[in-house]
Design a protein around this ligand. Structure first.
Ligand code: NDP
Length: 297
């Protein structure tokens, strides 16, 4: 058996097209564009690439992009004042502060200053709490993207055994909460889990969010299971001096056993920005007091 390959790139493109249609409808109704503000402190090369890509995608979806680039030695008061200014700006529906921040800035303090109703990354404790108790809020983009891929592939998830490997606040924990809300039986595994291969073998759904290249082996996978690989790891390539990206799952081995699997790259990765745009549009509709039909995006 060979698994179906879940094409996250194609799914994300479809999602972005739906968002663009709704963004145009929002502009017609609200008389303004939905807006996303992205704040970058410092010159981390990877962060610069992400911020550029987010800005470009925002504009392509027909929304306004506001980029704020601050020097690496920006003090906390200056950054918090900018966040407050964005909180108060009616043209800004979503605020994203690119992480990681330089070491002298406290990420939790900065995130706590973002208005939870503009927190399109879903990192504010208010949004984490809303997710935990089942209230409408913003859910971190990567796990919400994983859920969309799972529902697209499997339909109703109720009753399925799901194992999430990893318990970070941005991926593992919100992923587990989302799967629980879909009535999966959820296990969260982490670095202290005993007999991890046996735990993973029970799963109808495996979500790997560990950050260890190809750690999850093919013989850990229950035949027919659906495997979502969040990991992005850069490893040396066969060609001298080159690198390549691999996930947290040994892809070829797992593909021979699983029912469906996301590749790396081209699986979960493209979903993250698409869901960020989705969250921004949802924020815009809410902030403007205009109803967005349930399930529209
Ligand atoms: P973190 O480093 O914050 O968390 C990793 C988790 O994996 C921790 O909970 C840790 O357990 C667990 N872990 C580490 N080693 C083991 C082990 N040997 N066995 C079982 N569990 C283990 O990572 P993130 O959640 O931020 O990211 C995970 C991966 O996803 C990374 O590769 C990252 O690059 C990728 N990522 C991809 C995104 C995308 O857009 N596709 C977005 C975000 C992340 P413990 O808590 O016990 O230490």
């Amino acid at each position: 058996m060979t698994a179906d390959v879940i094409d996250g790139k194609a799914f994300a493109a479809g999602l972005r097209a739906r968002i663009a249609t709704l963004a145009a409808a929002f502009e017609a109704q609200a008389g303004r564009r939905a807006g996303l503000a992205v704040v970058l402190v410092g010159e981390d090369p990877a962060s610069q690439v992400y911020v550029r890509s987010k800005g470009k995608s925002t504009v392509e979806a027909g929304m306004a992009s506001f980029e704020h680039k601050l020097p690496a030695d920006t003090d906390e008061a200056t950054l918090l004042a900018l966040v407050e200014q964005l909180n108060a700006d009616p043209a800004v529906d979503g605020i994203l502060v690119q992480l990681p921040l330089p070491r002298h800035l406290d990420e939790q303090t900065v995130i706590a200053t973002i208005n939870p109703d503009k927190d399109v990354d879903g990192f504010h404790v208010t949004n984490a709490g809303r997710l935990a108790v089942g209230q409408a809020g913003f859910v971190p983009c990567t796990p919400l993207g994983c859920l969309m891929l799972l529902q697209d592939k499997l339909g109703d998830l109720a009753g399925l055994d799901a194992v999430v490997v990893g318990r970070s606040n941005i991926v593992g924990k919100p992923m587990a909460a989302l799967l629980l809300a879909q009535s999966c039986t959820v296990t969260i595994a982490h670095s202290k889990t005993k007999d991890l291969p046996d735990v993973v073998r029970r799963a109808d759904i495996v979500v790997a969010a560990v950050g260890r290249p190809e750690m999850i082996k093919g013989d850990w996978i229950k035949p027919g299971a659906t495997v979502i690989d969040v990991g992005i790891n850069r490893v040396p390539a066969a060609q001298e001096g080159k690198t390549r990206l691999v996930g947290d799952v040994a892809y070829e081995e797992a593909k021979a056993v699983a029912g469906a699997i996301t590749p790396v790259p081209g699986g979960v990765g493209p979903m993250t920005i698409a869901v960020l745009l989705r969250n921004t549009l949802v924020a815009a509709y809410r902030n403007a007091g205009i109803d967005l039909a349930a399930g529209a995006i």
